[in-house]
Design a protein around this ligand. Structure first.
Ligand code: CA
Ligand code: CA
Length: 297
């Protein structure tokens, strides 16, 4: 199995021209070794976000070229396994996060893991559910720093991009150019304080090039649901785009007139927030697989 590390390739922006550091075939399984989102610079509670050079934050390991993928294809990335380090951290910063105006000063909290349990405090121990915060491909036409989520993926901070699930990304450039990083041991919808439990780790994925479905934006698949993800400068706009994409998928996938799919979504598909804290915001419309078995062509 191929393994690439942040020491082999690390990017701080997704851009149309990305030079790959490795190549995989469709169907191949490989591993990405990732730093935590702060490049390993936060090692104790004395290390706070205000001390970091933000040009060196949120690096993504890669990019990896996927052989024979072309613009118009869809890349399916099945997350087979995420292994995380023994300790992660949460960190807050004035002016960052949903309540950034209320944060008086930067603060970091180290969060050790006890096996698969995050020890937030003596009394608060939570089972971890690791996910990949940043995962993306070379975009269509402009450069996006890895802080941004977008149609190319990027900083989606969507907790369901986790073991046993899959993310589908549109391919905009030959070879797709997949990169990922920003692993979280645990995060809730919204990522309200601006960090999850940021942690280093290894992500094992199986990558497939699909020529059937056509997508404009990322989709996540869980055993029971499809999630249409959309990112935009405001949550309102992200919610509108996610709903429009999700209703369109449902209309085509369940062979329903658009008006019926729209009404069905209103009673069966939750509109949720992935993250409300990145430079662009990400929302998701969640479609139960009982309504739509397959992604439509
Ligand atoms: Ca993130
Ligand atoms: Ca993060």
């Amino acid at each position: 199995m191929k393994r690439i590390s942040f020491e082999d390739g690390l990017i701080y922006s997704f851009r149309p021209e990305l030079a790959s550091v490795a190549t995989v075939q469709s169907g191949e399984t490989m591993e990405f070794v990732c730093q935590d989102s702060c490049g390993g610079l936060i090692r104790s509670e004395k290390d706070t976000l205000d001390r970091l050079d933000f040009n060196r934050v949120n690096g993504a390991t890669g990019p990896v070229q996927v052989a024979d993928s072309r613009p118009g294809d869809v890349l399916r990335i099945r997350i087979k396994q995420i292994q995380v380090a023994r300790e992660g951290f949460l960190s807050i910063l004035p002016k960052a996060g949903v309540l950034g105006d209320d944060v008086p000063e930067p603060k970091t909290k180290m969060v050790p893991l006890d096996g698969d349990v995050a020890v937030f405090s003596k009394g608060v121990r939570l089972p971890i559910r690791p996910h990949v915060g940043t995962i993306g491909v070379a975009p269509r036409d402009k450069e996006w720093t890895t802080f941004y989520p977008g149609d190319h993926g990027g900083n989606l901070d969507t907790k369901e991009i986790s073991q046993g699930h899959a993310v589908y990304l549109p391919v905009f450039q030959p070879g797709a150019q997949l990169a990922m990083g920003d692993i979280h041991a645990l995060m809730a919808d919204g990522e309200v304080c601006v960090t999850g439990i940021e942690i280093a780790g290894r992500v094992r994925v199986q990558v497939d090039v699909l020529r059937g479905p056509s997508l404009h934006r990322p989709v996540v698949e869980t055993p029971k649901e499809w999630m249409a993800l959309a990112s935009a400068p405001t949550l309102d706009e992200a919610a509108r785009l996610a709903t429009r994409d999700g209703v369109d998928l449902l209309s085509r996938g369940a062979k329903l007139p658009w008006e019926d799919a729209y009404m069905l979504a209103s009673i069966a598909c939750d509109l949720r927030i992935s993250q409300a804290v990145d430079p662009w915001r990400t929302a998701k419309l969640v479609i139960p697989k009982t309504l739509m078995r397959h992604l439509p062509a």
